[in-house]
Ligand binder design. Sequence first.
Ligand code: PLP
Length: 225
Amino acid sequence: MAEVKKFKSFLAEFNETCCRIGKNPKDITILGASKGQQVDSIKLAFEEGIKHFGENFLQEAEQKISEIGNLPTWHFIGSIQSRKAKRIASLFHWVQTVDRLKVARKLNENRPQEMEKLNVCIQVNPDNEESKSGVPLAGTKNLIGELAQLERLRVRGLMSIPAPTKDFEQQRKRFGRIRSCFEDLKAIYPQLDTLSMGMSEDYEAAILEGSTMIRIGTNIFGARN
Ligand SMILES: *Cc1c(COP(=O)(O)O)cnc(C)c1O
């Protein structure tokens, strides 16, 4: 099938890239950004070794997760409307797009006791783009301090979608600023272990700058519906 081929060629390319730049592919989690993709494609990717998937829309995710089940690790990577926080808190293993305390509190209150703590990342908006959600880098320290006190959450790190550019050096520079912020936070909160940055077009620059999780849609699944 075309999808499997696409997928295998991405994995080969990813391994080759890691090798060329001196990174261990095992240190980097590949998350399949599966919005707009069919359940069958996600199952195939899972069989081929992708264990993490990210969904952007709650309703779509509810349907897919009820069909596919909880063997994969499910990440919410879309923007969070606070009235949906309750359902998000009981459906996902991770929420990568926390950008305000109000939402974090709702996730915390609604994380069912019988489930493990909800893993969360703060979404940052390093270039202060108006069209994007996320906290300015300077605001991360405060927010992490607040999140660390919420009992049902486990703060893991930062997630970012920097302003797109085709210029490799610019990509590196942008990811580098996020990494340096992450390092500063880690000095205070050593439990932080996740830097989620890099997508199909810029993942090489991201892993060069220390990304631990890349979110890949197009390069794994092909164009989405
Ligand atoms: C869709 C999406 C991706 C993947 O984008 P591609 O360019 O298709 O790899 C990554 N992160 C987020 C938050 C997304 O919404």
